[in-house]
Design a protein around this ligand. Structure first.
Ligand SMILES: [Zn+2]
Length: 471
């Protein structure tokens, strides 16, 4: 069993060290209850979130994936003039269809989605023989709380496709799994979540140019950075079709997260090297958050943490966001069938090649969409993380004191300190400390890794923030 390890690591708890709490903390028994493995990183289940997940439909996803395949090719280099769009073939026709889908969801919620495009001329590059217009299509569900609407969580998939030749602009490239599946996750999350209201903003994105070199996401992430968007999390779904090969594990989806942040400064890398932060990028906190969401909501597919940026020889749109300093992870099915991606549709020696819809498990995509939706809902409902979290390191001492500024936005009513052994992959313990800005724990900062997160009155948890040492 893949996930036995996590349970085992939880047993290597440091709870035994945490006997003597300072005044005002709960009793030891209460500590141990709160620090139990299942509750250690737990989220309270929000009935609204649980109910919304039931609306995610494998049938809607099937229809959307088959529709995307029906454009023949969605190569970024394929025709997008009026004639091509009229014929229903090529990336231009696909783009207009995606836009209409978002618009129809918006119509169903009284115009709650703002449907937008981000178009630009991509200059010639490695896999782009001549300048081409690229268009990202997205829908924004604005946060209902003015104090929190500037905070964003984002889900993305790429709607462009390719066959054996990246430069083939006209041959069939169905791209059912890569990445109509991820596009369908963005669409289905938009359809379901647009019926609800959240304090923070959710962005449902579909990008072009992924197969030519992450061009669409790179442009979008740069725009977000330049315009000062406060994106707390990016969920990139790329190849989440659950290809029906014999060795597939339909109960698992891989979640890839970077270790050393791509955008880390020299100073930050120096600190990581000195104090052991290799396993604590914001992207990795997001991956752990997804794991906690899975434990709370059980969407039917379990995230398998992969502590690396991406698979060998491959990249994805989350990296464009990482490069701009945003927390971003990639969801990908457990086992890819390389006959069914980046291949011309054909049969050779009895082997069927090509990324066809018949290889996609639509129930699996729906489960991945539920995990995405639950994560988006949890983050968009939660308070903003606490600001300026510090770990006091002025003196040599065995207690650990953390300080932080209150979560901006006014949603937080409580804070929790999390910790784990330095060798543990996941948070092991959570201690409620009240609506305060400082906590001292009878634990040595030399032996554990700490984080602080904000909690609201309903039990929604923010992303945890690992402190910077303060000297
Ligand atoms: Zn892809």
């Amino acid at each position: 069993m893949i996930f036995g390890l996590k349970r085992k690591m939880s047993l290597l708890s440091v709870a035994g060290m945490f006997f003597s709490c300072f005044a005002g903390f709960p009793s030891r028994a209460e500590n141990e209850a709160k620090s139990s493995p299942s509750a250690a990183y737990g989220m309270a289940v929000d009935p609204q979130i649980a109910k919304a997940l039931q609306q995610v439909s494998a049938e809607h996803i099937r229809v959307n994936i088959e529709e995307l395949v029906s454009f023949g090719t969605r190569s970024t280099l394929s025709a997008q003039d009026a004639a091509a769009m009229g014929s229903g073939r090529g990336i231009g026709a696909a783009r207009e269809w995606i836009k209409r889908q978002f618009e129809s969801y918006s119509k169903d919620c009284g115009g709650c989605l703002e449907v937008k495009t981000d178009s630009f001329m991509q200059p010639a590059a490695d896999r782009i023989p001549q300048p081409v217009e690229l268009t990202n299509v997205y829908a924004v569900l604005k946060g209902a709380d003015p104090e929190n609407a500037k905070r964003m969580v984002l889900v993305t998939g790429h709607y462009d496709s390719r066959n054996s030749d990246t430069l083939d602009a006209s041959g069939d490239a169905p791209g059912a799994n890569d990445d109509a599946s991820g596009t369908a996750v963005s669409l289905e999350c938009a359809r379901v979540l647009s019926k609800l209201k959240f304090p923070a903003t959710i962005v449902f994105l579909t990008v072009a140019g992924e197969e030519q070199g992450l061009n669409g996401s790179a442009h979008f992430a740069r725009m977000a950075k330049e315009q000062g968007w406060n994106i707390e999390a990016v969920l990139n779904n790329d190849i989440v079709g659950g290809d029906k090969s014999a060795e597939q594990d339909h109960s698992v989806v891989r979640v890839f997260s970077e270790g050393l942040p791509a955008a880390a400064t020299e100073m930050e890398i120096k600190r990581i090297r000195g104090l052991g932060g290799e396993n604590d990028s914001a992207s990795r906190q997001l991956a752990r958050y997804i794991e906690a969401v899975d434990e709370a909501y059980k969407p039917g597919v379990t995230p398998m943490m992969i502590f690396r940026l991406d698979r060998f020889l491959r990249g994805g749109d989350h990296y464009s966001f990482n490069q701009q300093g945003f927390a971003a992870v990639r969801f990908t099915e457990f086992r890819e069938d390389f006959h069914h991606q980046h291949q011309n549709v054909r049969t050779e020696n009895g082997i069927e090649y090509g990324d066809l819809a018949k290889f996609v498990d639509f129930d699996y995509v729906a489960k991945v969409a539920r995990l995405n939706a639950a994560t988006l809902e949890s983050l968009a409902s939660a308070p903003e993380p606490p600001a300026n979290v510090h770990l006091l390191a002025k003196d040599l001492e065995n207690d650990s004191t953390l300080t932080w500024e209150s979560s901006p936005g006014g949603l937080a009513t409580d804070y929790e300190v999390l910790w784990r052994a330095t060798s543990s992959p996941d948070w092991e313990h959570a201690q409620q400390v009240g609506n305060v800005n400082r906590a001292t724990l009878k634990l040595s900062k030399d032996n554990v890794i700490f984080a602080v997160r904000a909690v609201d009155a309903q039990g929604h948890r923010s992303m945890p923030v690992v402190p910077e040492p303060e000297r």
